[in-house]
Design a protein around this ligand. Structure first.
Ligand SMILES: [Zn+2]
Length: 257
């Protein structure tokens, strides 16, 4: 029935004549449960519930306690089981398995996850929260700084995408919006598997945001071709590190021309 104070409320201690600090032993003696005659349906339910298990007896050994989650008792406390019960849940997103692929660079995958949710603090988002700031792109200063501009249509991103297009066997389509990009990165062909596409998109978005911050805070910017060398190096290193995984075994040949 759960804690009796929740079942019977604050008046329960008076109605049942059980002190708030009472132990089970205090509510029982050799004649049986020390309860008044039931005067409500809930009290009747308690009385009948008490008949469903043996009465307390010292002969059966000392009391024990256990941690219970979702109807299952465990002898020790488990923080993971407790977190599973307590944590807020949302429906699993279809892109999750593509973004969090096995062998991904964790900081890149996390960054793409945040970017995909459109949670990057771009100037347009900051302005939408009421900050009195310029909203033009930190890198090119010609258009509004939104996620889609930074990652898809900014000239800086354009150079990176051109270089990526040179390396990927299937032509990369011009992306009209963010969901188009994610749709492309989540799909596979034998020449450009999804893992390679996602690895490229993760390294690219991470690098662009890093350079955007570099420009904002330090007024310096790596030339895009130098930034691409970093992306290229990272992809080669990632494929090499994960080369024993089934999905990575053929990627080096597909990436290196
Ligand atoms: Zn721009």
């Amino acid at each position: 029935m759960g804690p009796l104070i929740k079942v019977f409320g604050r008046t329960g201690t008076r109605n049942l004549r059980i002190h708030i600090d009472a132990s089970v032993a205090d509510a029982y003696n050799e004649q049986g449960w020390r309860l008044p005659h039931p005067r409500s349906d809930t009290e009747v339910a308690l009385h009948s519930f008490l008949t469903t298990f043996p009465t307390p007896s010292l002969d059966r050994g000392p009391d024990i306690f256990s941690w219970s989650t979702e109807g299952q008792s465990h002898p020790v406390f488990s923080s993971s089981r407790t977190w599973e019960v307590l944590r807020p849940r949302a429906p699993t997103q279809a892109t999750a398995k593509h973004i969090w692929f096995s062998g991904a660079t964790p900081k890149h995958a996390f960054h793409l996850w945040v970017t995909n949710l459109n949670r990057l603090p771009t100037r347009c988002r900051l302005a939408s929260w009421g900050l009195q700031i310029q909203t033009d792109c930190c890198i090119c200063s010609t258009q509004q700084e939104t996620r889609d501009h930074l990652m898809l249509s900014c000239p800086y991103a354009g150079v990176l995408w051109t270089e990526i297009n040179r390396r990927i066997r299937d032509p990369v389509p011009p992306f009209s919006n963010w969901s188009h990009l994610i749709q492309w990165a989540s799909s596979s062909t034998s020449l450009t598997p999804s893992v390679l596409r996602m690895m490229v998109v993760q390294a690219l978005t991470y690098t662009i945001w890093q350079q955007r911050n570099n420009m904002l805070h330090n007024q310096t910017l790596l030339p895009p071709l130098v930034a691409f060398k970093g992306i290229n190096r990272h992809i080669i290193d990632s494929i090499y590190t994960a080369r024993k995984r089934r999905k990575f075994s053929s990627l080096m040949a597909l990436w290196l021309i």
